[in-house]
Design a protein around this ligand. Structure first.
Ligand code: CAA
Length: 240
């Protein structure tokens, strides 16, 4: 019987590529999204992957959303915490709202999604938690004190929870993408983006599908001995 996966932020960007790659690998997939109805409906029409709307920043909405997905598709075996936002600003200009929004989605969102699923995975003695962190959680980034803190937090969460999941068949891993050709990176001012590409030894932005392939490996039954780890996929820009 096919395992069931949920991908947060799963209808656009890296998340869409992950949803599609998991579906192509034979999983039942649900794609969560928070805001962009038009993109989600287009994604659903093109892929046949069902979409579910709620904000990962809201714990109660996550619990209710997960219950709905499980009623439709069966118990969730694989959680991909992909939903993430940026609110870039140099720290002297950063507002409390910019800090709280980024921590609320990128870090609290990982707790809010993992916590309601954890006991079910423990009882079934199987689970795969894969969290999409970032190169900027590893190295820090000018203009991203909020984002870098949230993504570094995701790595600490991964390493701690891996120790708790190990005895009950749950692996907990992270992927740290570098700069990938998505709307998020395209929103960076063009001059800044060009200077970033100049720092990537492979000489280009990454493709979302290149991150998705890392996730498919970590989600697989074959990856049972890999836990607490980080796959760094950044074109050689930074060696963690
Ligand atoms: N290192 C050092 N100084 C820098 C710098 C850097 N990387 N980037 C900008 N600065 C300096 C500028 O030279 C300028 O200095 P001067 O005032 O002396 O000329 C100053 O910072 C700019 O200050 P401003 O007050 O004008 O800043 P701003 O309000 O225009 O915002 C910024 C600056 C928000 C940092 C902007 O440069 C930016 O968006 N940078 C991109 C940050 C980034 O890489 N974000 C990643 C988004 S993609 C993502 O997050 C996905 C992922 O996981 C990889």
């Amino acid at each position: 019987m096919a395992r069931t996966a949920i991908v947060t932020g799963g209808s656009r960007g890296i998340g869409a590529a992950i949803s599609i790659a998991l579906r192509d690998a034979g999983y039942k997939v649900a794609a969560n999204y928070a805001g962009n109805d038009e993109a989600a409906q287009k994604f659903k029409a093109e892929t046949g992957i069902p979409v579910y709307k709620w904000s990962v920043a809201d714990y109660d909405a996550c619990a209710a959303g997960i219950a709905k997905v499980e009623a439709d598709l069966g118990p969730i075996d694989i959680l991909v915490n992909n939903a993430g936002i940026t609110r870039d600003a140099p720290f002297h200009k950063m507002t409390r709202e910019q800090w709280n929004e980024v921590i609320g989605t990128n870090l609290n969102g990982v707790f809010n999604m993992t916590h309601p699923l954890w006991n079910g995975m423990r009882e079934r003695k199987f689970g795969r938690i894969v969290t999409i962190s970032s190169i900027n959680g590893q190295k820090g980034q000018f203009g991203q004190a909020n984002y870098s803190a949230s993504k570094a937090g995701d790595l600490g969460f991964t390493k701690a929870l891996a120790q708790e999941g190990a005895r009950v068949g749950i692996t907990v891993n992270a992927v740290c993408p570098g700069y990938i050709a998505t709307d998020m990176v395209m929103a960076v001012p063009e001059k800044v983006r060009e200077s970033i590409i100049a720092q990537i030894p492979v000489g280009r932005l990454g493709e979302a599908a290149e991150i998705a392939r890392c996730v498919v490996f970590l989600a697989s039954d074959d990856a049972g001995f890999v836990t607490g780890s980080t796959i760094t996929a950044n074109g050689g820009q930074y060696f963690a």
